[in-house]
Design a protein around this ligand. Structure first.
Ligand code: FA5
Length: 333
């Protein structure tokens, strides 16, 4: 075996395992070069020195070739593993679709922001009410025709999915001592036929302020400021007398129609005005039912139909669009 044969055998080892086999075949205990060294003992003394030097040189060369091939193969193995685990840390992250807030939530956040800035606290009450909080304490006695105005659902146990957030007025006034200012957003339920402006489950936001010497002027200012800051600057407003058993006097705030700017259109039924927020001064009977002396304390209250406010603010002409669950709506905000 000569240097050239050894070089060819070593170069032919394709990986580290094959190279180890070659090493054993050449330099192992029973390897070919080891075998040649073993033959030294059988040689004549004059041949021994020359043959010994030749075999040792061959052995050193074989070792050098094995070492060189080994580091070559190790380098290639390392490069392959780096290639397999390569990662571009500068590559942009895969895009994840972002959620959007529903327009009801968006406007509610603005309204809450506006009222908390005026010192109102956020209050809440249960969705399922009893007759006392939904009707009786609000000056709507049993068998009074006014009860029919609210198309009430009843559960099997006679409980009432609340028909308005005015029930929270009662819960608040019964549990706190005046003065107080609260805003109570929530869901309400009515057995109504669903159309473009009516739903059977919708939102109201109740406002209540109890203090000394509260007058309609305070309510008027509060509602006008709300319309101006939150619904739309420059909208005209007007107040009309209205009847709600739990307020006296009662009124409705109308705004000039945002769709036709007061000229008259289908949405405002050609009147140029849209009824927006009912309210009034809390009836003395209601204050008394909650344990407050109406001679000492007065209150104003209002109850926004919130879905309709959202529709006006964002130009949505059908209440059903707020509830049909289509992403095309929320993607616009
Ligand atoms: C009430 O519910 C009174 N509790 C409001 C109130 C509070 C008056 C405090 C005085 C003092 P009304 O039934 O009109 O009132 O409802 C209030 C608003 O809810 C309406 O102006 C309207 O915007 C909205 N609304 C009523 N019914 C529906 C419905 N089916 N779908 C969507 N919005 C409705």
């Amino acid at each position: 075996m000569d240097t050239q044969q050894i070089a060819a055998t070593v170069a032919g080892a394709g990986d580290l395992t094959a190279l180890e086999d070659v090493r054993v075949r050449l330099l192992g205990k029973k390897g070919e070069i080891t075998g040649m060294l073993k033959q030294l003992g059988g040689l004549a003394p004059e041949e021994r020195a020359a043959f010994g030097a030749q075999v040792n040189a061959l052995k050193a060369e074989a070792q050098a070739l094995l070492d060189a091939r080994k580091s070559e193969l190790e380098g290639a193995a390392e490069a392959a593993s780096l290639d397999a685990g390569w990662m571009d840390v500068t590559a942009p992250a895969p895009e994840r679709p972002l959620g959007r807030l529903h327009p009801i939530t968006l406007l509610l956040e603005e309204v809450i922001d506006h009222f908390t800035g005026l010192g109102f606290e956020i209050a809440s009450g249960p969705d399922i009410e009893d007759s006392f909080h939904n009707f009786d304490a609000l000056n709507i006695p049993k068998d009074h025709p006014a009860r029919d105005v609210w198309d009430t659902f009843y559960t099997d146990r006679g409980e009432i999915p609340r028909t308005h957030t005015s029930s929270v007025q009662i819960r608040t006034m019964m549990n706190r001592t005046p003065p107080m200012r609260i805003l109570a957003p929530g869901r309400v339920f009515r057995n109504e036929t669903i159309d473009a402006t009516h739903h059977a489950s919708f939102h109201q936001v109740e406002g209540l302020l109890v203090d000394r010497q509260v007058s309609v002027a305070h309510l008027k200012h509060t509602l006008e400021t709300l319309v101006d800051r939150v619904i739309g600057r420059g909208l005209k407003t007007r107040f009309r007398p209205a009847f709600y058993p739990f307020v006296e006097p009662g009124l409705d705030l109308d705004v000039s129609c945002v769709f036709c700017h007061g000229k008259g259109c289908g949405v405002c039924k050609q009147s140029g005005w849209i009824e927006l927020i009912p309210g009034g001064l809390v009836h003395p009977n209601v204050l008394r039912a909650c344990g407050h002396d109406p001679d000492e304390w007065q209150a104003y209250a209002f109850g926004m139909g919130f879905d309709r406010m959202v529709m006006l603010r964002y130009g949505i002409d059908d209440i059903r669009r707020l509830y049909d669950g289509r992403l095309s709506l929320v993607r616009q905000f």
